[in-house]
Design a protein around this ligand. Sequence first.
Ligand code: DGT
Ligand code: CA
Ligand code: CA
Length: 584
Amino acid sequence: MSANAAARSARVSGAEVAAALENIADLLEIDGANPFRVRAYRNAARVVRDLPRDVAAMCAAGEDLAELPGIGRDLADKIAEIALTGDSAMRRELTGQSPPALTTLLRLPGLGPKKIRALHDALGVTTTEDLAAAAKSGRIHDLPGFGAKTEQRILASIEARRDEQARFLRPFAELHADALLRYLQAIPGVVHAAVAGSYRRGLETVGDLDVVVTAAEGSPVMERFVAYGAVERLDSQGSTRATVILRGGLQVDLRLVDEASYGAALCYFTGSKAYSIAVRKMGQERGLRINEYGVFRGEERVAGATEESVFRCVGLPYIPPELREDRGEIAAALAGRLPLLVERRDLRGDLHAHTTATDGRATLREVAEAARALGHTYLAITDHSRRLTVARGLDPDRLLEQIDAIDRLNAELRGFVVLKGIEVDILEDGRLDLPDDVLARLDLVVGALHSAFGLAREAQTTRLLRAMDHRCFSILAHPSARLLQARSPVDVDFDRVLEHARARGCFVELDGQPVRLDMSDVHAKMARDAGVLVSISSDAHSLSELGNQRYGVTQARRGWLERKDVLNARPLGALRALLRKTMG
Ligand code: DGT
Ligand code: CA
Ligand code: CA
């Protein structure tokens, strides 16, 4: 078969190639392979995932992938093999050497490949079920290198994982939601189509998509919905509701309602449940019955076509979906004190981004120009510090070179300023990973945890407070260090961290990377209440990731943040004044 024919018949997507490369990296890691080799495969997965073009098509056209960053000859051949055939001989061979379920264990927090091998060799553990059984029966804590605490942590993380596993990160849900809505809106007779549920409330992960549709009499909307191209499996179908599972496992519940019920249905299916219960109770007190069909007084429908009409009936102003959690928003609404939530267009710049100097994939100039094209007036470059060797972190000399490069670039740019920063590692004892005299030459210092995530609460809190006491410390990056579905948040007394930040005049970050979204909504609200300004950042490692800020904005809205609460909603002059106070 020619390469062209193979590419056409296999139709391997970039995401599938990336997944196979990740899988090889996992298998190598369990096998105890050289860490650099493991990292090369993970890097290759990322490069493939971020390619603006179809990797199978590139291979079929005979393009040389070895010209991609970080991809050598050997890797390029492996990628081409996967892109053209759907798999690689090396992956099959590695799979044969270790039970496949072992790789899923790698995704449990705190379980590295070494521990997994030890559990496998000593107790024959190959699946998550084996592991849970071994932990429950107390067979783990006597193994060398394990203890009672580790055993408990393993059990807890397996349980947490069970809850998480069926949930999806926002970008994946968004891809499906956008495509599905476009499809639905093109069906003859369809008037409204919207996604409600946790997705509309802006949660960082969603369990399923809840879609509300209205359509003219006789519209083929239900038949067309279940025939949607991305549907893998039909769960149930009726005349006004259907549930399908899309490829990739995401469930979609669709309700078809009358135009007169559209607002009521949107309210009902947006939830949250706790919020809806509270609003229904307010209705009852006024002699009203509220359900997905409308607001009723006796048999008469008094509202329901729009959400606003439903709110009006119970004497409330419109409450944005992100706030509907029964966390005080109803009382605030009644008192006329709802926050005027921050919007994407309020952001004037971005205070966390990487370049090719460390682990970013775009050059200084490219990132700056892309940020300007987004409408920003400033961008802080915050590459990693030397301690983070996996990211080729900057030592003092390389940072000084970058500072010079930024000065030269700023001399050229008009109406846009690149701020000089660093994402400096906070060492285990709270010191920073670069000398004071170098840090002092920057416009801002962003401090971050990249190690010792497991410290006990007191030690972890003290570590952060010490870091903030440094004479150059501007922003605490992704404060909990969590990775959604992969790494638990560190254990800190966040009240004390915020109190210290306020006293010290420094700031906290809401990192917009979809796998971080760190701070959480609850922590963002705590920051607001403590009077600590929040930097909503992209933490971009590529040009497209500059767009991460919008996920950060959604999370910030869930945390009640207003424009005034956001550091990078300040114009450059005001921002500089605030940053200067954090820099000794
Ligand atoms: P998820 O899907 O787990 O991320 O979270 P939600 O909030 O989207 O929950 P879901 O999909 O079970 O339901 C969507 C909304 O529909 C929910 O926020 C409230 C409403 N809802 C669903 N089932 C019920 C119910 O039995 N009673 C009431 N009052 N509301 C319900
Ligand atoms: Ca849902
Ligand atoms: Ca649902």
